[in-house]
Design a protein around this ligand. Structure first.
Ligand SMILES: [Zn+2]
Length: 394
């Protein structure tokens, strides 16, 4: 846990914002400080939570919030430097070295993915290919012709790129890929196996969110690949019960909460991410001292309650991808045709009794009954950014 002085510095900054009035004068521990929620950012849209003079700002990004106003985040030069540093740390940890070719297929623009990885790669001294999203057929050619060694993208888009590589008549052996840095949406070990087989690389998970800085809040080490090391020099991590807001013990799933320690323009105290994960403070085989968070299971908002069973789309994914013959593209549709919720899984694949096998695997591993709708190969929409996994029609 950081020192009281380190937390005090953030508290003093936040006191300059409209949220400062909530901070009790006699706080002693981090737990005494108020939470910050996405609604606070919306309420003070666009730049109401800034603690530096306006002319000190150097950039804004916006979160990909699907409903209502976007949430704007702002950075001064110090913050951009810090962001480059944490990204460079995460990418170096993954094995990215000066001179390597980094193919960055995260979207550029208001979304923090593109520029976050871009800055990290430049800080390391890699050759950056700012491919961005879109024109997927071109990604395969660029990867081959520029000999990309590191692929940065959402995991769902990486699968889409893998498909375009196949369609171009190429395979992993025609490429030089070594490392995949995949984030911005929840994904599972089953997806990792798929990505590694299709792209011939080591797939690593990287986590972040624009409110805290962007990508670079936490990342897997290749030695353990068992949890994502949180960049604790810059962010304090907590996990709380999403309903009661009480801290939960290490190893228990709950909502990730972050406090920024070193951000200047828009520091946040105990920001509730809505992302569900657990913490592990046991020493890691890699020797790095930072606590590890589990991969994000899903967003608290995305938790489905189907006939009384709580589940995240990632649990369905894990079960689905263990079924032979199924493609890793899927979508869940929740409906309530009568009194009861119905969950339909749209997926693609080939093989005998595939629908029955998928249904069985999900019932065995997740404990819910889904209707399985097999669709022809290529019919599930491919994403070029964050995949839409759930369509709720209730
Ligand atoms: Zn480690």
């Amino acid at each position: 846990m950081p020192t009281r002085e380190a937390i005090e510095r953030v508290v003093e900054r936040v006191r300059r914002t409209p949220l400062g009035a909530r901070i009790p004068a006699d706080w002693e521990r981090l737990e005494d400080l108020p939470f910050t929620a996405k609604e606070d950012l919306r309420e003070h849209y666009p730049l109401g939570l800034i603690t530096v003079p306006h002319d000190e700002l150097r950039r804004v990004h916006a979160s990909s919030g699907s409903r209502g106003k976007p949430t704007i985040v702002a950075y001064n030069q110090h913050d951009l430097n810090m962001w480059s540093e944490v990204m460079a740390y995460c990418m170096t940890m993954a094995g990215v070295k000066p001179g390597m070719v980094v193919h960055n297929a995260y979207g550029y623009g208001l979304f923090t993915g593109g520029l976050g990885f871009h800055q990290g790669a430049e800080r390391i001294g890699a050759l950056t290919v700012p491919a961005g999203g879109g024109v997927t057929a071109r990604q395969a050619l660029l990867l081959r012709d520029l000999q990309g060694q590191v692929l940065c993208s959402t995991p769902s888009y990486a699968l889409h790129i893998a498909q375009s590589i196949r369609e171009a008549g190429l395979g992993p052996d025609d490429l030089d890929l070594q490392i995949g840095l995949f984030g911005a949406e929840p994904w599972t070990d089953a997806m990792r196996t798929q990505l590694e087989a299709e792209l011939g690389l080591t797939a690593l998970n990287l986590y972040g969110l624009s409110e805290i800085v962007g990508p670079g809040v936490a990342a897997e080490c290749p030695e353990a690949r068992d949890g994502l090391h949180v960049m604790e020099d810059h962010f304090i991590v907590e996990v709380v019960d999403p309903k009661t807001s009480e801290p939960v013990p290490d190893g228990t799933d709950g909502e990730l909460v972050f406090t920024t320690l070193t951000k200047e323009a828009m520091p946040l105290l105990r920001y509730r991410t809505g992302d569900i994960a657990s913490l592990n403070r046991e020493p890691c085989v890699c020797g790095r001292p930072f606590a590890r968070m589990s991969p994000v299971r899903g967003r608290y908002d995305d938790m489905l309650i189907i006939r009384g069973v709580n589940l995240y789309p990632s649990q369905i994914e894990e079960a689905l991808l263990h079924v032979n013959g199924v493609s890793p593209h899927y979508q869940l549709v929740v409906d309530r045709p009568g009194q009861l919720d119905e969950l339909t899984l749209h997926c693609e694949g080939k093989g005998t009794n595939l629908a029955a096998r998928v249904k069985h695997a999900i019932r065995e591993q997740v404990g819910v009954t889904v209707r399985v709708q097999l669709r022809p190969m290529g019919e599930i929409p491919r994403s070029e950014g964050k995949a839409v996994r759930v369509i709720d029609r209730r």
